[in-house]
Design a protein around this ligand. Structure first.
Ligand code: SAH
Length: 339
């Protein structure tokens, strides 16, 4: 619920500042219980608690990796489950959240695709993942230590309205208070939605899953791109209104012998040449049902060297591989529960 929703929930008899107090209690102070909102009169709290529940997701399982990554299997109100991953790294924490239960995009290298789409998440369920994992781990967003990436289950731009509503609450200084540089949404390339996102005054940074260097190979790996062509995607990227401090991120999953050649790397450079871009390479994280192999380390190094000549290019470190928490591995029930 945003401020307008809360005003409505409180009813017309309450003064306007009550909704703001409630909003701050929920997202800034992150209270865990409606009755404990000390800024509201006792009667208001009790009435609220009678009529409403916080609706936080429940931890169905927690999987813990030897590298410190924690994969949460969260149960939603309708008993469906979805995954959220916490990746601590020195002073920095990153929470990878889901935008849908399952995913409709059907990328051939991704385990989430094997689930199909069950449903989209509400804005409350998107924000709820962050609140819950922050609470469970005593994470603080002050000092820019917390990052959010919308790279879990689902295609966020096919649930844009809720993703934007959740982003507004997460970025609002009176709400969760995250800096706009600390939240990133990743898309398989839903072109009309990229344009729509660009028109939003409050929005996350944008990452695009490129994953291939030619139209043909991209269509094979990511069937949805038969509808959203590479050439049009590049045009939408060129037209995308970046903020002064912002770059477009392109993700590229390297698949052994499929899209990891030097020629591929050179085509990627050419494709992105006129953009303010950076590239994140991801060596395939394997999994049951995925018909591809991880690239050889020397291929990854050679690919990176070629791209890095032209623009910033990083290799994403796999996190939580042993608990099926890494990119492309979120499919709910693999791995061993820890708690
Ligand atoms: N649907 C959105 C959000 C998911 S982000 C998107 O496609 O961008 C997940 C990232 O992990 C994407 O960049 C995707 O290309 C990558 N990925 C998917 N499966 C993978 C796998 N098996 N190994 C490594 N990366 C993978």
């Amino acid at each position: 619920m945003d401020l307008t929703d809360l005003r409505e929930a409180l009813g017309p008899d309450q003064p306007g500042y009550r909704a703001r107090q409630l909003y701050q209690a929920l997202y800034k102070s992150q209270i865990t219980d409606l009755v404990s909102i000390s800024t509201l009169p006792t009667r208001t709290r009790e009435e609220l608690a009678q009529r409403h529940a916080l609706g936080m997701p429940e931890v169905a399982h927690l999987y813990e990796s030897t590298d410190g990554t924690r994969r949460y299997l969260l149960k939603l109100e309708d008993d469906r489950t979805v995954e959220t991953v916490l990746m601590p790294e020195g002073e920095r924490d990153t929470i990878c959240i889901s935008s849908q239960v399952g995913c409709p995009v059907d990328c051939k290298f991704c385990m989430t695709a094997l689930m199909g789409l069950e449903r989209s998440l509400t804005a409350g369920e998107i924000v709820g993942q962050v609140l819950l994992v922050a609470q469970e781990n005593h994470l603080r967003q002050e000092g820019g230590r917390l990052n959010i990436v919308m790279m879990g289950q689902g295609e966020p731009l096919l649930n844009l309205e809720n993703v934007v509503k959740a982003t507004r609450i997460l970025l609002d200084p009176a709400g969760f208070g995250l800096s706009p540089r600390r939240i990133t949404v990743s898309t398989a390339g839903i072109i009309p939605k990229i344009e729509e996102l660009g028109r939003e005054p409050v929005r996350p940074k944008l990452a695009i899953s490129l994953n291939a260097s030619t139209e043909e190979s991209r269509q094979e790996l990511m069937p949805i791109t038969r509808k959203y062509h590479l050439k049009d995607l590049m045009e939408a990227c060129k037209a995308y209104p970046l903020r002064p401090w912002e770059k477009l991120t392109f993700e590229y999953v390297l698949l052994h012998g499929v899209n990891d050649s030097d020629a591929d790397a050179r085509r990627v450079v050419k494709l992105l040449a006129n953009l303010n871009a950076k590239v994140n390479l991801i060596a395939l994280n394997p999994g049951p049902g995925i018909p591809y192999e991880t690239p050889l380390p020397e291929r990854v190094a050679s690919f990176q060297a070629i791209v890095r000549h032209a623009m910033p290019c990083f290799v994403r470190k796999p996190r939580g591989l042993d608990i099926y928490a890494a990119c492309g591995q979120l499919k709910r029930n693999a791995g061993n529960p820890v708690a």
